[in-house]
Design a protein around this ligand. Structure first.
Ligand SMILES: Cc1cc2nc3c(=O)[nH]c(=O)nc-3n(C[C@H](O)[C@H](O)[C@H](O)COP(=O)(O)OP(=O)(O)OC[C@H]3O[C@@H](n4cnc5c(N)ncnc54)[C@H](O)[C@@H]3O)c2cc1C
Ligand code: FES
Length: 279
Protein backbone atom coordinates (compact mmCIF):
# COMPACT_ATOMS: atom_id res chain seq x y z
CA UNK A 1 0.00 0.00 0.00
CA UNK A 2 1.20 3.53 -0.82
CA UNK A 3 0.27 6.26 1.65
CA UNK A 4 -1.13 9.58 0.42
CA UNK A 5 0.87 12.27 2.27
CA UNK A 6 -0.83 15.31 0.76
CA UNK A 7 -3.72 15.90 -1.61
CA UNK A 8 -4.25 19.47 -2.66
CA UNK A 9 -6.93 20.67 -5.11
CA UNK A 10 -5.24 23.28 -7.34
CA UNK A 11 -8.46 23.69 -9.37
CA UNK A 12 -11.77 21.83 -9.00
CA UNK A 13 -10.40 19.08 -11.25
CA UNK A 14 -6.62 19.22 -10.83
CA UNK A 15 -4.98 17.72 -7.74
CA UNK A 16 -1.37 17.65 -6.61
CA UNK A 17 -0.74 14.45 -4.64
CA UNK A 18 2.38 13.45 -2.75
CA UNK A 19 2.65 9.70 -2.23
CA UNK A 20 5.12 7.60 -0.25
CA UNK A 21 6.82 5.38 -2.85
CA UNK A 22 10.52 5.15 -1.86
CA UNK A 23 11.65 2.64 -4.48
CA UNK A 24 10.12 4.69 -7.33
CA UNK A 25 11.47 7.97 -5.91
CA UNK A 26 15.02 6.59 -5.70
CA UNK A 27 15.41 5.85 -9.42
CA UNK A 28 12.85 7.96 -11.29
CA UNK A 29 13.94 10.22 -14.18
CA UNK A 30 12.00 13.03 -15.98
CA UNK A 31 9.60 11.68 -18.60
CA UNK A 32 8.84 8.49 -16.67
CA UNK A 33 5.46 7.53 -15.29
CA UNK A 34 3.75 5.18 -12.84
CA UNK A 35 0.66 3.05 -13.28
CA UNK A 36 -1.70 3.46 -10.35
CA UNK A 37 -4.49 1.24 -9.15
CA UNK A 38 -6.37 2.98 -6.36
CA UNK A 39 -7.96 -0.20 -4.98
CA UNK A 40 -8.46 -3.87 -5.78
CA UNK A 41 -10.49 -4.23 -8.97
CA UNK A 42 -9.94 -0.62 -10.08
CA UNK A 43 -8.61 0.42 -13.51
CA UNK A 44 -4.85 0.90 -14.05
CA UNK A 45 -4.13 4.58 -14.71
CA UNK A 46 -0.83 5.92 -16.13
CA UNK A 47 0.34 9.16 -14.47
CA UNK A 48 3.58 11.06 -15.04
CA UNK A 49 5.93 11.45 -12.08
CA UNK A 50 6.03 15.24 -11.81
CA UNK A 51 8.65 15.33 -9.07
CA UNK A 52 10.40 13.03 -6.63
CA UNK A 53 12.32 13.36 -3.38
CA UNK A 54 14.64 10.37 -3.07
CA UNK A 55 15.59 11.21 0.55
CA UNK A 56 12.01 11.56 1.72
CA UNK A 57 10.96 8.59 -0.44
CA UNK A 58 8.09 10.51 -2.05
CA UNK A 59 6.76 11.18 -5.54
CA UNK A 60 4.51 14.04 -6.66
CA UNK A 61 1.74 13.60 -9.20
CA UNK A 62 -0.52 16.15 -10.91
CA UNK A 63 -3.81 14.42 -11.59
CA UNK A 64 -6.62 15.84 -13.66
CA UNK A 65 -9.87 14.09 -12.78
CA UNK A 66 -11.34 13.52 -16.24
CA UNK A 67 -13.18 10.22 -15.79
CA UNK A 68 -14.37 7.70 -13.21
CA UNK A 69 -10.94 6.26 -12.30
CA UNK A 70 -9.05 9.54 -11.97
CA UNK A 71 -11.94 10.93 -9.88
CA UNK A 72 -11.58 7.90 -7.60
CA UNK A 73 -7.82 8.46 -7.19
CA UNK A 74 -8.17 12.15 -6.25
CA UNK A 75 -10.88 11.23 -3.72
CA UNK A 76 -8.35 9.30 -1.58
CA UNK A 77 -7.72 11.52 1.46
CA UNK A 78 -4.45 12.31 3.24
CA UNK A 79 -3.60 9.30 5.42
CA UNK A 80 -5.40 6.98 3.00
CA UNK A 81 -3.52 4.76 0.58
CA UNK A 82 -3.39 3.55 -3.00
CA UNK A 83 -3.32 -0.18 -3.72
CA UNK A 84 -0.57 -0.21 -6.42
CA UNK A 85 2.00 2.29 -7.67
CA UNK A 86 4.01 0.47 -10.34
CA UNK A 87 7.08 2.12 -11.85
CA UNK A 88 9.01 4.02 -12.84
CA UNK A 89 7.89 3.05 -16.35
CA UNK A 90 8.77 4.35 -19.81
CA UNK A 91 11.93 5.81 -21.28
CA UNK A 92 13.33 8.94 -19.60
CA UNK A 93 13.16 12.13 -21.66
CA UNK A 94 16.26 12.73 -23.77
CA UNK A 95 17.45 16.01 -22.23
CA UNK A 96 20.13 18.07 -23.92
CA UNK A 97 21.05 21.72 -24.27
CA UNK A 98 19.22 22.67 -27.44
CA UNK A 99 19.31 26.43 -26.72
CA UNK A 100 15.87 27.89 -27.30
CA UNK A 101 13.10 25.38 -26.64
CA UNK A 102 9.31 25.69 -26.93
CA UNK A 103 7.24 23.52 -24.58
CA UNK A 104 3.62 23.35 -25.69
CA UNK A 105 0.90 21.93 -23.44
CA UNK A 106 -2.83 21.45 -23.81
CA UNK A 107 -5.42 20.16 -21.32
CA UNK A 108 -4.29 17.12 -19.26
CA UNK A 109 -1.06 17.27 -21.29
CA UNK A 110 0.08 20.32 -19.31
CA UNK A 111 0.49 18.08 -16.23
CA UNK A 112 2.66 15.71 -18.27
CA UNK A 113 4.62 18.66 -19.71
CA UNK A 114 5.57 20.06 -16.28
CA UNK A 115 8.49 17.73 -15.31
CA UNK A 116 9.80 17.74 -18.86
CA UNK A 117 9.85 21.56 -19.14
CA UNK A 118 11.48 21.80 -15.70
CA UNK A 119 14.24 19.33 -16.66
CA UNK A 120 14.89 21.25 -19.91
CA UNK A 121 15.19 24.53 -17.96
CA UNK A 122 17.52 22.88 -15.41
CA UNK A 123 19.72 21.70 -18.31
CA UNK A 124 20.26 25.37 -19.25
CA UNK A 125 17.74 25.74 -22.09
CA UNK A 126 15.78 28.97 -22.63
CA UNK A 127 12.28 27.57 -22.23
CA UNK A 128 9.24 29.30 -23.66
CA UNK A 129 6.15 27.54 -22.39
CA UNK A 130 2.89 27.84 -24.30
CA UNK A 131 -0.23 26.43 -22.62
CA UNK A 132 -3.74 26.40 -23.90
CA UNK A 133 -7.27 25.29 -23.11
CA UNK A 134 -10.86 25.91 -24.05
CA UNK A 135 -11.30 28.56 -21.31
CA UNK A 136 -9.47 30.12 -18.32
CA UNK A 137 -10.86 27.55 -15.87
CA UNK A 138 -9.07 24.78 -17.79
CA UNK A 139 -5.65 26.46 -17.71
CA UNK A 140 -3.52 24.56 -15.21
CA UNK A 141 -0.07 24.91 -13.58
CA UNK A 142 0.45 28.44 -14.98
CA UNK A 143 2.43 29.77 -11.96
CA UNK A 144 4.39 26.55 -11.48
CA UNK A 145 5.51 26.59 -15.15
CA UNK A 146 6.20 30.35 -15.09
CA UNK A 147 8.63 29.87 -12.17
CA UNK A 148 11.28 28.30 -14.44
CA UNK A 149 10.20 29.39 -17.95
CA UNK A 150 11.88 32.36 -19.62
CA UNK A 151 8.48 33.25 -21.04
CA UNK A 152 5.01 31.81 -20.47
CA UNK A 153 2.25 32.33 -23.04
CA UNK A 154 -1.40 31.36 -22.57
CA UNK A 155 -4.08 30.88 -25.19
CA UNK A 156 -7.77 30.12 -24.68
CA UNK A 157 -10.34 29.31 -27.33
CA UNK A 158 -12.90 31.73 -25.81
CA UNK A 159 -10.34 34.47 -25.04
CA UNK A 160 -11.04 34.34 -21.28
CA UNK A 161 -7.28 34.21 -20.55
CA UNK A 162 -4.27 35.19 -22.66
CA UNK A 163 -4.54 35.26 -26.44
CA UNK A 164 -7.78 34.10 -28.04
CA UNK A 165 -7.10 31.05 -30.19
CA UNK A 166 -4.85 28.00 -30.23
CA UNK A 167 -1.36 27.29 -28.89
CA UNK A 168 -0.17 26.82 -32.47
CA UNK A 169 -0.74 30.56 -33.14
CA UNK A 170 1.89 31.50 -30.53
CA UNK A 171 4.26 28.79 -31.78
CA UNK A 172 3.84 29.97 -35.37
CA UNK A 173 4.72 33.56 -34.32
CA UNK A 174 7.82 32.32 -32.50
CA UNK A 175 8.89 30.38 -35.58
CA UNK A 176 8.36 33.35 -37.91
CA UNK A 177 11.14 35.40 -36.27
CA UNK A 178 14.69 34.00 -36.52
CA UNK A 179 15.49 35.67 -33.17
CA UNK A 180 12.83 33.61 -31.38
CA UNK A 181 12.50 30.50 -33.56
CA UNK A 182 12.93 27.44 -31.28
CA UNK A 183 15.69 24.89 -31.86
CA UNK A 184 13.44 22.13 -30.49
CA UNK A 185 9.75 21.78 -29.69
CA UNK A 186 8.07 19.51 -27.12
CA UNK A 187 4.29 19.17 -27.42
CA UNK A 188 1.95 17.28 -25.10
CA UNK A 189 -1.82 17.40 -25.20
CA UNK A 190 -4.79 16.25 -27.26
CA UNK A 191 -3.79 14.30 -30.35
CA UNK A 192 -5.15 16.92 -32.83
CA UNK A 193 -3.01 19.55 -31.06
CA UNK A 194 0.13 17.41 -31.25
CA UNK A 195 -0.57 16.64 -34.89
CA UNK A 196 -0.99 20.38 -35.66
CA UNK A 197 2.32 21.17 -33.95
CA UNK A 198 4.05 18.41 -35.93
CA UNK A 199 2.72 19.80 -39.22
CA UNK A 200 3.80 23.33 -38.24
CA UNK A 201 7.41 22.38 -37.48
CA UNK A 202 7.83 19.81 -40.27
CA UNK A 203 8.63 22.24 -43.16
CA UNK A 204 11.45 23.85 -41.15
CA UNK A 205 12.58 20.42 -39.83
CA UNK A 206 12.60 21.66 -36.23
CA UNK A 207 13.16 18.60 -33.99
CA UNK A 208 9.77 17.98 -32.37
CA UNK A 209 8.95 15.51 -29.62
CA UNK A 210 5.45 14.47 -28.58
CA UNK A 211 4.34 12.36 -25.60
CA UNK A 212 1.70 9.88 -26.73
CA UNK A 213 -1.30 8.85 -24.65
CA UNK A 214 -2.63 5.54 -25.96
CA UNK A 215 -4.58 3.29 -23.64
CA UNK A 216 -2.20 1.44 -21.33
CA UNK A 217 -2.89 -1.71 -19.33
CA UNK A 218 0.20 -3.53 -18.03
CA UNK A 219 2.85 -0.91 -18.87
CA UNK A 220 5.42 -3.63 -19.61
CA UNK A 221 5.13 -4.14 -23.38
CA UNK A 222 3.28 -7.45 -22.92
CA UNK A 223 -0.40 -6.63 -23.55
CA UNK A 224 -0.03 -4.62 -26.77
CA UNK A 225 -2.69 -2.14 -25.66
CA UNK A 226 -0.52 0.92 -26.19
CA UNK A 227 0.84 0.11 -29.65
CA UNK A 228 1.42 3.06 -31.98
CA UNK A 229 2.79 3.35 -35.50
CA UNK A 230 6.04 5.31 -35.67
CA UNK A 231 8.01 5.51 -38.92
CA UNK A 232 5.87 2.65 -40.24
CA UNK A 233 6.81 0.34 -37.36
CA UNK A 234 4.75 -0.83 -34.40
CA UNK A 235 6.09 0.59 -31.15
CA UNK A 236 4.78 0.30 -27.58
CA UNK A 237 4.35 3.68 -25.88
CA UNK A 238 4.89 2.17 -22.42
CA UNK A 239 8.36 0.76 -23.08
CA UNK A 240 9.59 2.50 -26.26
CA UNK A 241 8.00 5.86 -25.32
CA UNK A 242 5.86 7.63 -24.31
CA UNK A 243 7.91 10.28 -26.17
CA UNK A 244 8.47 9.96 -29.92
CA UNK A 245 9.67 12.01 -32.90
CA UNK A 246 6.50 13.90 -33.88
CA UNK A 247 7.39 13.88 -37.58
CA UNK A 248 7.37 10.06 -37.62
CA UNK A 249 4.14 9.37 -35.68
CA UNK A 250 1.08 8.07 -37.56
CA UNK A 251 -1.49 10.34 -35.84
CA UNK A 252 -4.46 9.05 -37.89
CA UNK A 253 -3.82 5.54 -36.57
CA UNK A 254 -3.51 6.86 -32.99
CA UNK A 255 -6.83 8.74 -33.23
CA UNK A 256 -8.48 5.60 -34.52
CA UNK A 257 -7.18 3.46 -31.66
CA UNK A 258 -8.02 6.05 -28.97
CA UNK A 259 -11.66 5.98 -30.11
CA UNK A 260 -11.96 2.22 -29.63
CA UNK A 261 -13.14 2.35 -26.01
CA UNK A 262 -14.98 5.71 -26.05
CA UNK A 263 -18.43 4.09 -25.51
CA UNK A 264 -17.07 1.93 -22.65
CA UNK A 265 -15.49 5.00 -20.99
CA UNK A 266 -18.79 6.90 -21.19
CA UNK A 267 -20.75 3.90 -19.87
CA UNK A 268 -18.25 3.38 -17.02
CA UNK A 269 -18.41 7.08 -16.00
CA UNK A 270 -22.23 7.02 -16.06
CA UNK A 271 -22.40 3.78 -14.09
CA UNK A 272 -19.97 5.11 -11.41
CA UNK A 273 -21.90 8.39 -11.15
CA UNK A 274 -25.09 6.40 -10.44
CA UNK A 275 -23.22 4.49 -7.71
CA UNK A 276 -21.97 7.78 -6.21
CA UNK A 277 -25.51 9.19 -5.85
CA UNK A 278 -26.91 6.01 -4.24
CA UNK A 279 -28.07 6.70 -0.65
C1 LIG B 1 2.12 7.92 -20.20
C2 LIG B 1 0.93 8.71 -19.70
C3 LIG B 1 1.13 9.67 -18.71
C4 LIG B 1 0.03 10.40 -18.22
N1 LIG B 1 0.26 11.34 -17.24
C5 LIG B 1 -0.79 12.02 -16.71
C6 LIG B 1 -0.61 12.97 -15.65
O1 LIG B 1 0.49 13.21 -15.17
N2 LIG B 1 -1.71 13.60 -15.16
C7 LIG B 1 -2.95 13.37 -15.67
O2 LIG B 1 -3.90 14.00 -15.18
N3 LIG B 1 -3.16 12.50 -16.69
C8 LIG B 1 -2.11 11.81 -17.21
N4 LIG B 1 -2.32 10.91 -18.21
C9 LIG B 1 -3.69 10.71 -18.69
C10 LIG B 1 -4.45 9.81 -17.75
O3 LIG B 1 -3.87 8.52 -17.70
C11 LIG B 1 -5.91 9.70 -18.24
O4 LIG B 1 -6.51 10.94 -18.08
C12 LIG B 1 -6.67 8.66 -17.47
O5 LIG B 1 -6.24 7.38 -17.89
C13 LIG B 1 -8.16 8.80 -17.71
O6 LIG B 1 -8.79 7.75 -16.98
P1 LIG B 1 -10.27 7.86 -16.44
O7 LIG B 1 -10.76 6.45 -16.25
O8 LIG B 1 -10.34 8.78 -15.26
O9 LIG B 1 -11.04 8.56 -17.58
P2 LIG B 1 -11.78 7.86 -18.81
O10 LIG B 1 -13.18 7.59 -18.44
O11 LIG B 1 -10.92 6.72 -19.31
O12 LIG B 1 -11.67 9.06 -19.84
C14 LIG B 1 -12.46 10.23 -19.74
C15 LIG B 1 -12.06 11.16 -20.88
O13 LIG B 1 -10.73 11.64 -20.62
C16 LIG B 1 -9.98 11.75 -21.81
N5 LIG B 1 -8.83 10.88 -21.70
C17 LIG B 1 -8.80 9.56 -21.39
N6 LIG B 1 -7.56 9.06 -21.40
C18 LIG B 1 -6.79 10.09 -21.75
C19 LIG B 1 -5.40 10.21 -21.95
N7 LIG B 1 -4.55 9.14 -21.84
N8 LIG B 1 -4.92 11.43 -22.27
C20 LIG B 1 -5.77 12.49 -22.43
N9 LIG B 1 -7.08 12.43 -22.26
C21 LIG B 1 -7.59 11.26 -21.94
C22 LIG B 1 -10.88 11.30 -22.94
O14 LIG B 1 -11.44 12.45 -23.57
C23 LIG B 1 -11.93 10.49 -22.24
O15 LIG B 1 -13.14 10.47 -22.94
C24 LIG B 1 -1.27 10.17 -18.74
C25 LIG B 1 -1.46 9.21 -19.76
C26 LIG B 1 -0.37 8.49 -20.23
C27 LIG B 1 -0.58 7.46 -21.30
S1 FES C 1 0.56 -1.01 -21.84
FE1 FES C 1 0.65 -3.06 -22.45
S2 FES C 1 2.05 -3.05 -24.08
FE2 FES C 1 2.09 -1.02 -23.33
Amino acid sequence: MFEVLSNEALTPVLHRMVIRAPRVAAVRKPGQFVIIRAAEGEERIPLTIADADAEAGTITLFIQAVGASTRFIVSVPVGGSLRDVAGPLGMPTHIEKWGRVACVGGGVGTAVLYPLAKALAQAGNDVTTIIGGRSASLIILKDELASFSKQLLVTTEDGSMGRKGFVTMELSDMMADPATCPQAVFAIGPVPMMRAVAELTRPQAIPTIVSLNPIMIDGTGMCGGCRVLVDGETRFACVNGPEFDAHKVDFANLIDRLGTYREHEAASAECRLKQEVKP
